[in-house]
Design a protein around this ligand. Structure first.
Ligand SMILES: Cc1ncc(COP(=O)(O)O)c(C=O)c1O
Length: 393
């Protein structure tokens, strides 16, 4: 009783982070077990996490990696994306989806977004395709499933690879099919604020065994067999180095947390749904653009980010600054349109900030995200709401 009261008082005065994770005794014990086992690198827990995640996503293969960025990068590498190639992606995404294209030596081609879902505008993809286009990276923004049927139609017509950025889309589905299983490969994030939070981590999933094997091999130095198999006493054989790989594997400590979080996915989603409904109900009467949900019955929104649009008259950056400095509330910005950041202005100069990608530009100037995670308490939500109301007034 006293501890609940103490927690409430603390929450009413302290600075509150954006979308804190939800951890229980089970996550703590899983980490402790792993430490006690003395196997803390990539090993049995990571293999188990891969199997369980693949089974949850109803897909054949999964490779656990250090982040979604690693998964995206290694997927493009495994598909042979290289200098001279072009890859189409949305302008409304985290810089990571664009940087991985650049790291392969290829050129990102930015597509504007659809007003309703804020996902890549499928009607604009075709006009961006050239003889150099090799792949499309759709991003299921906030957890809203992209129109994958249309994207796959275009990809098949022009013989393009599709790498799904599912950083927000662990539970997302379209027509009853899991996001991440439409394209060649799907990439997930387990960063601290994500629907499964393990600190840092990612997963690449696919029904193509050779693709997932290549991603895994490239993520572990290009070795012919992974460290777990190398050190397993029954399998002490020498290994070969078959490619110039990277070091992007996931550890058993992180996987141990991931296994518990995956099991708790339904329970954490239930909490996010309560938060979603609370914000919807209480923000309805204000001049705000509230998040949309897919209209078709077979689709599932992952409820990852509760993103709202402020009226254009409000200075969004000032709003976010005040929320943090005056009220101790951290809001998210997902995202400024990619073409407005200084590095991309320099290297992708042909995008005029305001007019080339108008929908993305407008949304990128107005959007804020409110804390919405399994670990966001009722007091936290009330303070977020109170802050929004005060700042709007
Ligand atoms: C849309 C999107 N793609 C990729 C990433 C990269 O994920 P990670 O931090 O796991 O590398 C993020 C991270 O927030 C993201 O939001």
């Amino acid at each position: 009783m006293y501890s609940i009261l103490y927690e409430r008082i603390q929450l009413s005065i302290q600075n509150l982070p954006f979308s804190p994770p939800s951890f229980t005794k089970e996550e703590e014990e899983a980490v402790l077990d792993c430490v006690k086992s003395k196997w803390v690198g990539t090993g049995p827990k990571t293999i188990d996490f891969e199997k369980k995640f693949a089974s949850y996503k109803e897909v054949k293969y999964a490779a656990a990696l250090s982040s979604c960025t690693s998964a995206l990068f290694l997927s493009l590498k495994a598909l042979g994306i290289q200098e001279g190639d072009e890859v189409i992606t949305t302008a409304m995404t985290f810089c990571s989806s664009v940087n991985v294209i650049m790291h392969c030596g290829a050129k990102p081609i930015l597509c504007d977004i659809d007003l309703y879902s804020k996902n890549i505008d499928v009607n604009q993809i075709e006009k961006l395709i050239t003889s150099k286009t090799k792949a499309i990276i759709p991003v299921h923004y906030a957890g809203f499933p992209c129109q994958m049927n249309k994207i796959m139609e275009v990809a098949s017509e022009y013989d393009l690879y599709v790498v799904e950025d599912c950083a927000h889309a662990i539970e997302s589905k379209l027509n009853h099919q899991h996001c991440g299983t439409f394209g060649d490969i799907g990439c997930f994030s387990f960063y601290a604020t994500k629907n499964i939070a393990i600190g840092e981590g990612g997963m690449a999933i696919s029904n193509h065994e050779s693709l997932v094997s290549k991603v895994r091999m490239l993520g572990l130095h290009g070795l012919s067999r992974d460290a777990w198999k190398r050190f397993e006493s029954s399998n002490r054989k020498s290994y070969d180095v078959i490619d110039i790989g990277y070091k992007m594997n996931l550890t058993d400590i992180q996987s141990a947390i991931g296994i518990v979080q995956l099991k708790r996915l339904g329970e954490m989603r239930k909490r996010r749904k309560e938060i979603w409904d609370f914000y919807n109900e209480n923000l309805q009467k204000y001049n705000l653009e509230l998040p949309n949900l897919p209209k078709d019955k077979g689709s599932v929104h992952a409820l990852h980010l509760y993103t709202i649009g402020l009226p254009p008259s409000i200075d969004r950056d000032q709003f976010v600054w005040q929320a943090s400095h005056e009220y101790g509330i951290t809001l998210g910005i997902h995202y400024k349109s990619i073409n407005t950041f200084s590095i991309y202005k320099k290297i992708l100069p042909n995008y005029e900030p305001k007019t080339s990608l108008p929908v993305s530009f407008d949304w990128g100037n107005r959007t804020i995200s409110l804390s919405c995670s399994g670990g966001t308490s009722e007091t936290h939500c009330e303070r977020v709401l109170d802050t929004i109301k005060k700042l709007l007034n």
